[in-house]
Design a protein around this ligand. Structure first.
Ligand code: F6R
Length: 241
């Protein structure tokens, strides 16, 4: 694991952007694995600014997202498909046909997981961007998820429901289940870039970087990836010294 500690969120986002930009420049048809949540918003703003100022093109870029709440689709402003359009895709020249995410409204959840796995098996992400949950989750792979897991439906834990309720009108509105890429699908990416900021992530970052590799801390599996970069601000890195 390569660990980069930054002064603040802005610097974390700028360093992350440099890595994404080099992937896109080297391969203008790259497959980017993307995440939602608060953490990558600064990275996404940098990608949009750079596209507008320097014309970096995403016309041939494809994307796969990590996860989606069950029961929500693009008509819901809480869905992850909506989040990606508003916070990234609408600011780029990307073709929405090349952007992929689980269909939260799929009638047959198992068939939807199989469809997404097939897509992921057909091509590895050139880079996978991740955030980390305060309980060490990556995507919606909660503590205890098998390292060999592929796309599946998860029951969200109370701590994740609480963390994510800040984005909903009330905690009752947070869906209790979600589709998520599995840990094996994430590990299949050629490169991994995981971002963390804020003191609330310090314990999870410690577990990911210094703790035992255990299914109790899903992000700890990243210690086994051959090309994983962790970029965190000094608050999230506070326990690493
Ligand atoms: C998002 C995702 C989650 C988040 C994590 C951190 O697609 O899969 O694992 O990355 O919950 O969320 P934030 O960035 O909001 O702290």
């Amino acid at each position: 694991m390569k660990i980069i500690i930054t002064e603040n969120y802005e610097e974390m986002s700028a360093r992350a952007f440099d890595i994404i930009k080099s992937v896109v420049t080297e391969n203008p048809s790259a497959l980017l694995g993307l995440a939602t949540g608060s953490t990558p918003l600064g990275l996404y703003r940098n990608m949009i600014d750079d596209h507008k100022k320097n014309g970096t093109s995403y016309k041939k870029i494809s994307t796969v997202n990590l996860d989606e709440y069950e029961g929500l689709d693009v008509t819901s402003d809480q869905s992850y498909v909506y989040f990606m359009r508003k916070n990234l895709f609408e600011g780029l020249d990307i073709d929405l046909k090349n952007t992929n995410i689980e269909n939260g409204k799929a009638k047959d959840a198992e068939a939807e997981c199989a469809r997404y796995n097939e897509l992921l098996h057909s091509r590895a992400q050139d880079i996978q961007v991740l955030g980390i949950g305060s309980n060490g989750h990556i995507a919606f792979n909660e503590p205890g998820t098998p390292f060999g897991s592929e796309t599946h439906i998860v029951q969200l834990t109370e701590s994740t429901i609480r963390d994510n309720s800040r984005l909903f009108k009330s905690i009752d509105e947070v869906p209790r289940r979600a589709f998520t890429m599995g840990l094996k699908n994430i590990m299949n990416a050629k490169k991994i870039l995981i971002l963390a900021n804020g003191a609330g992530k310090a314990k999870a970052v410690y577990g990911m970087v210094r703790g035992a590799v255990t299914e109790e801390v899903p992000a700890s599996i990243l210690q086994l990836h051959p090309d994983c970069t962790v970029i965190c601000d000094k608050d999230a890195a506070a326990l690493l010294n």
